[in-house]
Design a protein around this ligand. Structure first.
Ligand code: HSE
Length: 422
């Protein structure tokens, strides 16, 4: 991407030209989602928004969709120096380039719509600061759960302190893989390959299957749910790559499915916790029926118990529909206010809570290394062993390397942290 700092002119002052109430977009990136945005704007013949330039790294690359003559450029200055452009849409598949583009735009006061969850999750405090300092906006509903409007709902509707928990399936690719393996008996590697060809998976699919994509979304969601930012390295994250037939068999015997679940939950009036790991999901739970590339988010609060949002969480057009929603929100000058970040009684992050887990392992030192507070079940066989036990979350973080060994698989068995009004 040529939008490196070298060819972006930072000196030109910017004042958004919105006199005719029309959004004129400079689009960075023309991959799956960028092409989806182009298609949607073209199909909808939306007279309030038009793409003026599309900046790509390689202008001659073979593409399935061919933008109108003259739209493609490989020079970021065509966007940054065009005074007509009043919104930048950033959909670049490279976190460093994405950071350069977004921070340059914000510093120049140009509003941005972005879908770059990894970059946003890593830099959110700075990005919030830049929005305040330069009186501009960064919208990113598409970064979390594709077409499901999670962020704006948390920001606006759930703008109170009743929220107890946000939990769900935030990664479409891993859910697609688990569905194919669990419900259709497919091979794990085939299912992963299909998730890639269908355009759900990240260019580095380990982000999907090792839980990092869900982690980035959870971090962003937590800022809008509870007003607190927690850095990725402080959160326990474990994915599905070590899942084995024995785990699937165990889940089936219990009438459960294994899903990759991300959650943030208040554990008291003063504290909250968060983590990403596979979970044994019982039939009675909303997310049990969330299959394939779909995402499902359960919001639990005092007074209203649970609410459930369901929809396509990955794929070009579903994600592009969320980008379009953010584009149209800018027509009304919408910006996130991060109101919960200014609340005085924000809960603090803790890992000092016990979680109940299923662990399958073959190395018999695993239980000793982890020092469970309580072992509820222990099965030892010649092939492999498993146990159900209770352990402080902080200890899982301390021993996170243990879970990258291929013979170890962990799944959460959910417990209520706060059982109020339910
Ligand atoms: N790779 C992501 C997923 C794309 O599978 O959910 C949408 O963020």
């Amino acid at each position: 991407m040529t939008a490196s700092s070298s060819n972006i002119n930072n000196s030109t002052p910017y004042s958004p030209n919105m006199t005719d109430n029309k959004i004129r977009i400079g689009l960075f990136g023309f991959g799956t989602v960028g092409q989806g945005v182009y298609q949607i704007l073209d199909k909808a013949k939306n007279s309030h928004a038009e793409i003026k330039h599309i900046c790509v790294r390689d202008i001659n690359k073979q593409r399935n969709i061919h933008p109108r003559e003259g739209l493609l450029t490989d020079n970021a200055s065509d966007i940054f120096d065009d005074p007509d452009i009043n919104l930048i849409v950033e959909l670049v598949d490279n976190a460093d380039a994405s950071y350069q583009i977004v921070t340059t735009a914000l510093r120049r006061g140009i509003p941005v719509v972005s879908g770059s969850k990894a970059m946003i999750a890593r830099h959110l405090p700075e990005l919030i600061e830049l929005q305040h300092t330069h009186h501009t906006a960064l919208l990113y509903d598409a970064s979390s759960c594709g077409s499901i409007p999670v962020i704006r709902n948390l920001e606006e509707y759930y703008d109170n302190d009743l929220l107890l928990e946000v939990k769900g399936i935030l990664n479409g690719s891993s859910n697609y893989i688990l569905s194919r393996v669990f419900d259709h008996g497919e091979d794990y590697a085939d299912a992963l390959h299909r998730a890639q060809t269908l355009g759900f998976a990240e260019s580095d699919p380990s982000f999907d299957i090792e839980g990092y994509d869900a982690l980035f979304k959870l971090i962003i969601i937590t800022v809008h749910a509870l007003g607190s930012y927690v850095a990725p390295e402080d959160i326990f994250t474990c994915g599905i790559s070590n899942i084995h037939d024995a785990d699937i068999q165990y889940a089936r015997e219990k009438g459960a499915k294994i899903k990759l679940v991300a959650q943030v939950a208040k554990v008291s009036d003063e504290a909250f916790t968060m983590f990403v790991m596979p979970e044994l999901v019982e039939k009675s739970k909303y997310i049990y029926s969330v299959d394939d590339e779909y995402n499902g988010v359960v919001i639990r609060g005092e007074c209203y118990d649970r609410q459930f949002m369901f929809g396509k969480g990955a794929g070009g057009l579903p994600t592009a529909s969320s980008i379009l929603s953010d584009i149209m929100a800018r027509l009304h000058h919408y910006r996130y206010e991060y109101k919960k970040m200014t609340y005085l009684d924000r809960p603090i992050y803790t890992t000092d809570i016990d979680v109940r887990v299923y662990i399958r392992y073959s190395d018999t030192d695993v239980p000793a290394a982890l020092q469970f507070n309580k072992i509820i079940e222990l099965h030892l066989t010649e092939q492999s062993n498993y146990l159900i036990g209770e352990i402080p979350l902080r200890r899982l973080i301390e021993h996170r390397d243990l879970f990258s060994a291929p013979d170890v698989f962990i799944a959460n068995i959910p417990v209520f942290f706060i059982d109020r009004d339910n």
